[in-house]
Design a protein around this ligand. Structure first.
Ligand SMILES: Cc1cc2nc3c(=O)[nH]c(=O)nc-3n(C[C@H](O)[C@H](O)[C@H](O)COP(=O)(O)OP(=O)(O)OC[C@H]3O[C@@H](n4cnc5c(N)ncnc54)[C@H](O)[C@@H]3O)c2cc1C
Length: 336
């Protein structure tokens, strides 16, 4: 059981900054995120896009903002459970909460702050009838640890940056023994330099590039053995493979949080703007996941919400203590 003061569900920009504001109040945080990396939408959807409305930054790349937030919260040593969606929440007799992930990791704290954004990002799965039979047996929708593919025959499908970048990564570093990239069209949606790199690697025999094709079937027993590809002109191609990795992007859904007894309106959690508390005392909701009159789904609004939520959380955790607002300029972070 991981014990902490505040469990933050969602390590997007809002969840990350809340660690800082909690740290100033000497509250220790543990973040849970279903994605393998922190940063939420900024890391997953638009890491290379500049954001122009973060106060004090005329322009900052979304990925850079996440790096900066990670640096800013480092002194407070937050814990992380990444790559695991928070699945269930239980209230104990002492009023504390236990949050359990899909993998069974348990976390206990007196306060839970939900910073779940648009929800859990679920993979877009290709319409192959047997695909779920081979999940955990060779089919993966996200690459968490490339070392898993060392010496393996991998078929990647997709035409965006993820499919291109991972094909390059696994082939160029000679991690996979064989990399086949299957794409429906003859042109790709990814960055031009990645497309060129894939073409170069295909010409040098390091990537087997099969365009105008779709994966239509999977064969195997206890493990994946073959991938069946339909080529527009040449018909069926059967490729021996240990892994099939369709990288067609992720789509968000509120997911398990919707079943926790929270008041939900239009796929978002209703909160009291006094402190961003939900209808369940001790559970707060901040950032894109909440709703109230006048809500704006902007990062800076989420930062404000997290700041007020931890003030309320402090009063809940330490009812006997009086919190006096201190400026960081007075003693720096160590002074808190
Ligand atoms: C293309 C694009 C451009 C944008 N540009 C701007 C801009 O210029 N300025 C601006 O202010 N905003 C912009 N936004 C919006 C901004 O990205 C969001 O407001 C911001 O990401 C919200 O942060 P968050 O931390 O609340 O949620 P998110 O960034 O969505 O992070 C939430 C995290 O919670 C995780 N999660 C959800 N449910 C669970 C669960 N059950 N268990 C574990 N983890 C869970 C998710 O995996 C995710 O990582 C843009 C958005 C997009 C898509």
């Amino acid at each position: 059981m991981i014990q902490t003061d505040v469990i933050i569900i969602g390590a997007g920009p809002v969840g990350l900054f809340t660690v800082f504001e909690a740290g100033l109040l000497k509250l220790k945080c543990h973040l849970i995120d279903s994605l393998p990396q922190p940063g939420g939408q900024c890391s997953e959807i638009y890491p290379k896009k500049p954001i122009y409305d973060i106060p004090g930054f005329p322009s900052v790349l979304a990925g850079e903002l996440v790096d900066n937030l990670m640096e800013q919260i480092a002194p407070f040593k937050p814990g992380f459970t990444l790559g695991e969606a928070a699945y269930a929440i239980d209230k104990l007799d002492d009023g504390s909460f236990v949050v359990t992930t899909v993998k069974g990791t348990k976390h206990q704290a007196p306060v839970v702050i939900i910073a779940g954004g648009l929800g859990v990002f679920e993979p877009r799965k290709p319409p192959i009838s047997t695909i779920t039979d081979f999940e955990e047996k060779g089919v993966d929708y996200i690459i968490k640890d490339p070392e898993v593919y060392r010496g393996k025959r991998c078929v990647i499908a997709g035409g965006g940056d993820s499919a291109l970048d991972w094909s390059i990564y696994l082939a160029e570093r000679e991690i996979a023994s064989e990399v086949t990239l299957v794409h429906r069209n003859s042109s790709f949606r990814g960055h031009l330099d990645s497309v060129q790199k894939v073409i170069d690697l295909a010409e040098s025999g390091k990537i087997k590039l099969i365009t105008e094709s779709e994966v239509i079937g999977l064969n195997g027993g206890s493990q994946l053995e073959q991938v069946v590809i339909q080529h527009a002109a040449n018909g069926e191609i059967i490729t021996e493979a240990d892994h099939f990795i369709p990288l067609f992007g992720l789509k968000p859904s509120l997911g398990p949080i919707a079943n926790w007894g929270l008041e939900i309106e239009k796929s978002a959690i209703k909160v009291d703007t006094l402190d961003y508390s939900t209808n369940i005392p001790g559970i707060y909701a901040i950032g894109d996941v909440n709703t109230y009159e006048g809500k704006l789904k902007l990062i800076l609004c989420g930062f404000h919400e997290g700041t007020l939520a931890v003030q309320s959380a402090f009063a809940r955790i330490h009812p006997e203590k009086k919190n006096v607002l201190k400026y960081t300029t007075v003693n720096g972070i160590q002074g808190f």
